[in-house]
Ligand binder design. Structure first.
Ligand SMILES: [Zn+2]
Length: 134
């Protein structure tokens, strides 16, 4: 079974952060910029583990939005102090807050699958066709 040689939690999370299958590390898990395939093309692991599964990915993307906005806003303040261009920072922040969910949601899903898989190991029935290869 796959449970006998499970990678570490950090490895599984890191694979998700690198946009690879958290279970096997395989590539090609994205169907588009902001969408994962239903299952890993390498090992067959189904990325949707239960109904409502992507609520966790929404939490991840909200954290990413917060980090990007914080880096933009605080970084802009620090770099331009004391003549901070407040209007530019606010408008740029709004634009970033609008763009990040559309461009990084698939990546947030991969991170979420990695986080979930780190703490809830894959079960045999979560593999579509054939046995797990990793
Ligand atoms: Zn895989």
């Amino acid at each position: 079974m796959a449970e006998q040689r499970r990678p570490s939690k950090l490895t599984v999370i890191g694979r998700g952060m690198l946009g690879r299958c958290p279970h096997c590390g395989g590539r090609g898990i994205f169907a588009s910029v902001n969408e994962l395939r239903d299952a890993c093309p390498t090992c067959g692991f189904s990325f949707v583990r239960e109904e409502g599964y992507w609520v966790g990915a929404m939490t991840v993307i909200m954290a990413v939005i917060l980090l990007v906005f914080g880096a933009w806003f605080v970084g802009g303040m620090l770099l331009t102090w004391p003549d901070v261009p407040w209007t530019l920072l606010m408008i740029g922040g709004l634009v970033l807050n609008g763009l990040v969910p559309f461009t990084l949601y698939g990546w947030a899903k991969a991170i979420w699958v990695g986080l979930d898989l780190a703490f809830t190991p894959a079960r045999a029935e979560e593999f579509g066709a054939g046995p797990p290869s990793a």
